[in-house]
Design a protein around this ligand. Structure first.
Ligand SMILES: *Cc1c(COP(=O)(O)O)cnc(C)c1O
Length: 465
């Protein structure tokens, strides 16, 4: 064995091998990284021999070359990459929430690859502010007096509380102290902001008098949190903004509503959920609202704060506004997203909207054609199936959108193995289990992704045959 180990070519010899040199040329990497790949490849051959594998000495160089090639390919492969969302959940937090429109992507690309007027007022020829660059557009779609953008909605909550209620009481209904996505708890963010959380009511019921009783000279704010990711049924009561706004006003308190998703579109009038519309909440007289950029809005990750100018001005000037500021790419994508809301047909420029309003019939037509085009397979059964999908992203938890997809089964392969094959496919295809079978919901599958799914089905079939 020792004799065999001694025959592994030394690294400086391997570095002279034409095939190994070619790998470096192809990927244009530093000598340092290339050398690391070679060292690791040689070490792994050494380990294989120590593990008792029978390898002939004249094969060493070939094996090492192959391993170096694999290392190079793995290195080139992005860690953050596209996946096909066939879960049917439109706003899937694990899968990056909203997809940007082609136009938004083009705007990001232009702004990212060039100098821009991010903090320069071209008309006046002097310094401008990134906090005001989208303000007019935000005011336009929300109806607010003033608005600004921060990193995300969690950041928005933190900034609002810290800047406007530090050391003071913030009154919140116990039924609204939600946890979102396992990591964001309104109560924890409040603690970090040094605002004094004052919980009122019980888990299921909060009356207006519960708020009234909590108001004293230490109170600064009444906060309402949109309980976007769960739904309480039965013996419940919560107070709408329309009753809390006058109460706050009478007592000279700020009324702030964390809307979570923040819909610009009235989905309720389309019989989809009961999500409040941002402009409606502001029209009740709310002083401040905040919501995410990448939930129902359909844009990039961002936190949008809108409301009364006197409060927004305080927020803009706060040091945390600098900490939580967004970059030019976010602003470019957000601007494009906002602009699309005034087009005749929002569905062209907003894939969240488009995916939510798709009817089961529309989706069914696509899956029927898909199954037909797929033709006959050897071992795989692909059938259309009707099944509801979700909006997701902690939005409209009760809403089930009638949808359609394909059920992928095989007598030769368990559902979890099918799941794994598709998950390990390039690009990864993520579906879900429905009645113990693997199901791909086509609501969230893009037009250009259909061919990829077809190819994957054929490869999965071949893999078993
Ligand atoms: C999603 C959500 C948040 C967090 O928003 P991010 O943009 O993910 O930071 C905060 N509050 C509510 C009510 C939410 O639904």
């Amino acid at each position: 064995m020792n004799e065999l180990l001694r025959q592994i070519p030394p690294v400086h010899e391997l570095q002279k091998q034409a095939a190994i040199v070619a790998i470096r040329k192809k990927h244009k990497v530093t000598e340092k990284l290339w050398t690391q790949w070679i060292q690791q490849a040689a070490a792994s051959v050494r380990q294989d021999i120590l593990n008792g594998e029978q390898i002939q000495a004249d094969k060493f160089t070939d094996i090492i070359t192959r391993k170096v090639k694999q290392a190079a390919e793995l290195w080139e492969r992005p860690m953050l990459h596209k996946v096909i969302n066939a879960t049917g959940t439109v706003l899937h937090t694990n899968l990056g929430r909203a997809r940007l429109s082609e136009k938004a992507i083009a705007r990001v690309s232009e702004v990212a690859g060039n100098y821009s007027n991010l903090e320069y007022d071209v008309e006046k020829g002097k310094r401008g502010s990134r906090h005001t660059i989208l303000e007019e557009r935000l005011k336009h779609i929300t109806g607010a007096e003033a608005a600004m953008v921060v990193n995300n909605n969690a950041g928005a909550v933190y900034l609002v509380l810290r800047a406007l209620a530090k050391g003071k009481k913030v009154i919140v209904s116990r039924g609204e102290l939600v946890e979102i996505g396992g990591s964001f708890r309104v109560s924890k963010v409040m603690e970090e902001s040094d605002a004094v959380l004052t919980e009122v009511g019980t888990t299921n019921k909060t009356h207006l008098f519960d708020y009234e009783e909590a108001i004293d000279e230490h109170a600064a704010m009444i906060m309402k949190v949109h309980t976007s990711n769960f739904y309480m049924e039965g013996f419940t009561e919560s107070q709408p903004s329309s009753s809390l706004v006058p109460l706050a006003k009478e007592n000279h308190l700020i009324f702030y509503e964390d809307l979570g998703s923040g819909s610009i579109v009235d989905y309720q009038s389309r019989h989809i959920g009961k999500e409040p519309v941002v402009s409606d909440v502001l029209a009740t007289g709310a002083d401040i609202v905040s919501f995410s950029g990448d939930k129902l809005l359909g844009g990039p990750q961002a936190g949008i704060i809108a409301g009364k100018k006197k409060y927004i001005d305080v927020l803009k000037k706060h040091q945390l506004a600098r900490v939580l500021r967004v970059d030019k790419m976010t602003l470019a994508a957000l601007e494009s997203t906002l602009l699309e809301y005034d087009r005749e047909d929002l569905s062209e420029g907003n894939s969240v909207y488009r995916d939510i309003i798709k009817t089961a019939e529309e989706i069914n037509t696509i899956t029927e054609v898909f199954v037909r085009d797929l033709g006959s397979l050897q071992k795989l059964n692909v059938e259309t199936q009707v099944h509801p999908s979700k909006v997701g992203g902690g939005t409209m938890p009760k809403v089930e959108l009638p949808s359609c997809g394909i059920r992928v089964t095989s007598p030769e392969m368990a559902a979890h193995e099918i799941e794994k094959f598709l998950r390990m496919y390039h690009p990864a295809i993520i579906g879900r289990f429905v009645d113990h079978a693997y199901f791909l919901d086509f609501r969230t599958v893009g037009e250009t992704e259909i061919e990829i799914l077809k190819q994957a089905m054929q490869e999965l079939d071949n893999y078993m045959s």
